[in-house]
Write a protein that binds this ligand. Structure first.
Ligand SMILES: NC(=[NH2+])NCCC[C@H](N)C(=O)O
Ligand SMILES: [Mn+2]
Ligand SMILES: [Mn+2]
Length: 340
């Protein structure tokens, strides 16, 4: 059920239950209190972490994790709602070291901090519908960006979260960014299965909103007629896997973000071939290798101002958590791109 219907049904249910009519106004006031409290916690965590790293000095930019455990805008499975804690567990797993491939130390708060999760399910449980929920996600991202030099590294959640995140980044920085979007799917439908907030429509909302100057989509291998038409409509640079061998040289030497507010990187874990990342909802053979993705990210020239890692579905992962570690390594290497 979409967010709107759930919210209205929820209020009607409460009103049926209570002898004394629970007025919609009273419910909305309560919802506002829950939202304000949720945003306050994110703000205070960001403020504390930023104070700490400013005290340590010497940083221009620092990645800060923000979890968005949302899965209800997925068109197939909703397991990505459970991903953020699994990704954090893998980032800090004793089986690996706390440094990135180039040697940045993740235990250093000047490199990586964490402001926790937006309490998506708790807010939805109060009957808050998607228009407001997306606003809360945007406000949470702005709260992180408010605390210089923190830059949001968002843990999804399904791909619908990229719209409110990119909107917040673009609004906070005062203009559009260039987006590098790695994905098997373009996620640019006008309105997928009747849901304007669908994970398959987030990049249509981003382009409509003028939040991106360039949108480069890499790893594409599941595109419908509408996906191509929408790509042409918005001037999207769509790179399909069927021509990757020809495009590789260019994609492993990208230079983005000059003349705009910076670069946003959105990684849908299903951009990877299922051999490398089986723990996704949309398994699509013929994808990128993990090293292909790291070559693209590590060679990317541009100021990465924010990023997200989305669509990891823990309910589809191997028993040893292979895809959780894949998502965690993507987060670590994006941290290395952001923090300086
Ligand atoms: N972010 C995602 N995993 N999107 C998957 C979208 C799947 C959808 N059936 C499509 O045609 O594209
Ligand atoms: Mn996808
Ligand atoms: Mn996607």
């Amino acid at each position: 059920m979409g967010g709107a219907a759930a919210g209205t049904k929820w209020i009607r249910h409460i009103q049926r239950l209570s002898a004394a009519k629970v007025s919609a106004e009273a419910v909305e006031r309560g919802q506002s209190r829950v939202i304000d409290a949720s945003l306050t916690l994110i703000r205070e965590r960001a403020k504390l972490k930023a104070e700490l790293l400013r005290a340590l000095g010497g940083v221009k930019a620092s990645a800060s994790l923000l979890g968005v455990p949302l899965g209800h805008n997925s068109s197939f499975l909703q397991g990505p709602a459970f991903a953020p804690p699994r990704i954090r567990e893998a980032i800090w797993c004793g089986s690996t070291n706390s440094s990135t491939e180039e040697g940045k130390e993740l235990n250093d708060p000047r490199v990586l901090t964490d402001v926790g999760d937006v309490p998506i399910q708790e807010i939805r449980d109060c009957g808050v519908e998607d228009d407001m929920l997306m606003h809360v996600i945007s406000e949470s991202v702005k709260a992180v960006m408010e605390e210089e030099p923190l830059r949001p590294l968002v843990l999804g959640g399904d791909h619908s979260i990229s719209y409110p995140v990119v909107r917040a980044v673009s609004e906070k920085l005062g203009g559009p960014v260039d987006i590098l979007h790695l994905d098997a799917h373009p996620d640019i439908y006008d309105c997928f299965e009747g849901n304007v907030y669908s994970h398959a429509s987030s990049f249509a909302r981003i382009m409509e909103g003028g939040h991106a100057r360039r949108l480069l989509q890499v790893g594409l291998r599941s595109i419908t007629k509408e996906g191509r038409e929408q790509g042409k409509r918005f001037g999207v640079e769509q790179y399909e896997m069927r021509t990757f061998s020809k495009d590789r040289e260019k994609l492993e030497n990208l230079k983005l973000g000059e003349g705009v507010k910076g670069v946003y990187v959105s990684v849908d874990v299903d951009c990877l071939d299922p051999a490398f990342a089986p723990g996704v909802s949309h398994i699509e053979p013929g994808g990128l290798s993990f090293r292909d993705v790291l070559n693209i990210l590590q060679n990317l020239q541009g100021d990465v101002v924010a990023a997200d890692v989305v669509e990891f579905n823990p309910q589809r992962d191997t028993v040893d958590g292979m895809t959780a570690m894949v998502a965690a390594k993507l987060v670590r290497e994006l941290t290395a791109k952001i923090s300086k």
